[in-house]
Design a protein around this ligand. Structure first.
Ligand SMILES: [Zn+2]
Length: 82
């Protein structure tokens, strides 16, 4: 069973359980959820993901997302290169 979650259809500020707050993507202007990889690396803005249910768990895969690499993020001290 595959469940598609489309965060672009949700309103800004909606709190999605287990996922986070819906916000506007600075890259493409659509709504999505900001994701910080637990192991570090580039922050992603997740727009659409699929969740696949198995007998022993669930696998989520991003289908549509923007990379925030190089983007200015408040409070993180990352310089931009405009
Ligand atoms: Zn985007």
């Amino acid at each position: 069973m595959v469940v598609i979650q489309d965060f672009t259809k949700l309103d800004e500020g909606v709190d999605v359980p287990l996922e986070g707050l819906v916000a506007r993507c600075p890259r493409c202007g659509r709504n999505g959820i900001e994701r910080t990889p637990p192991m570090g690396g580039n922050v992603l803005f997740l727009h659409v993901q699929t969740s696949r249910l198995f007998g022993d768990g669930m696998l989520t895969e991003p289908q549509d997302c923007c990379s925030m690499a190089g983007a200015t993020r408040l409070g993180r001290g990352i310089a931009n290169d405009h």
